[in-house]
Design a protein around this ligand. Sequence first.
Ligand SMILES: [Zn+2]
Length: 476
Amino acid sequence: MKYEVVMGLEVHVELSTNSKLFCACSSKFGAEPNENVCPACLGMPGMPAVTNKRAIELGIAAGLVTNSEITKTISFDKKNYFYPDLPTGYQVTQLFAPICKNGWVEIETEKGKKKITLSQIHIEADAGKLVHDNRTDTSLIDYNRASVPLIEIVSNPDFRSAEEVVAYLEKLRQLLSFANVSDCKMQEGSMRCDVNISVMEKGATEYGVRTEIKNMNSLKAIAAAINYEAQRQIDALETASEELVQETRRWDDSKGQTFSMRQKEDATDYRYFPNTELMPISIEDKWIEEVRANLPEAAHDRFLRLTEKLGLSEYDSNIITGSKNLSDIFDKTMEYFSKPKEVANWIIVELLSIAKGDNKGEDDVKIDCKKFAKLMELVDSKVINRNVGKDLLSLVLTEDIDPEKYVEENKLGMISDTDMIDKVVQEVLVEFSKSVEEYKEGNQKVFGFLVGQTMRKLGGKANPQLINSLLKKHLS
Ligand SMILES: [Zn+2]
């Protein structure tokens, strides 16, 4: 309690452009190694660079959703260093005239609301990726990611706990994904975060020696790394067991520890200078207003629409607007089947549980919304029962079936013939007479079992309300 942890964040977010920052190569994740490369992004001498306009627009959009000032004239600079994943020998970035300055983001933690201030957002080109091949004990290079456009969002040292850092990253993810700036998928590396961290005695005016932690790829890892590193620094101050130096440290998730990577470079080590091959770009107010006008509906506005206009609970609305993907599925499905509570229910209860079983997150669920709506309609109009509907949902996801056709071809229509159900109910009561006795002795749970047996005999297709009422009638 004697110490205070002070942190600032550098968050890298890959922009959701179709092509790279200075060439027409695809920037899509998941291609075969070195499939998306050309002489320009491989750094061949003499190749002209053409700036991707969409990347600049997404940079402006990022500034707008983070309350930043947009710079009137931006330019690019070279950050020089040698590393095999960087074919040009320098990274294109913005040191002197970054696209955004002085923004802020409001976060909410258990302690209440807090404003996190941003010093700047700049656009830069990503590097390639080294892949170590254990079989041949060599390192291979994949340049697909080389020159993919990124923004780096640099915060001031406003964070005092891991909880604040996690809340901020979740907020950024929400703001940027709803604005279509990035899909912000940490597991695919489209959102990455470095934490600058130091500790000082409470009330001190000067920050302690800071380290930078890299290599964290989940919110859980980030929180664990912060807590570990803060404690390591406090121990060092308390016991003088080691001297704290300004350095970059790597987080090892399996060991639960940070390890020294290299002593921290200063800006001068990179010999920054203006990139004279790229013209400065003027961002006029008109362009900013165009980007603002085209921003998709923000998460908070969607939340208000769901709760106030559509009458959904705050709980359901929070889940749906917690993910851009789910929110889009909701809106799209509503175009074909406009019962908001039903749609929300099917998404939250059924769709997400199937996704969870397949180890997929909210952002990875994909479904044909027209078919999704159709199966809800079949259940709603009592053509099929809900359980058949659930099975159909799995089939829409895995085999892309047409629900209406499938019901017809497989005769899955709901059985609502009272005489037919009644006959089966009576059979079940005879067959499971022991359960009937238990029920009559007061064991209410047996009722569900008898419903299940009746449903089973009717191929799972019967009207559950009818089974319930007929069973009750006979049992009383
Ligand atoms: Zn290229």
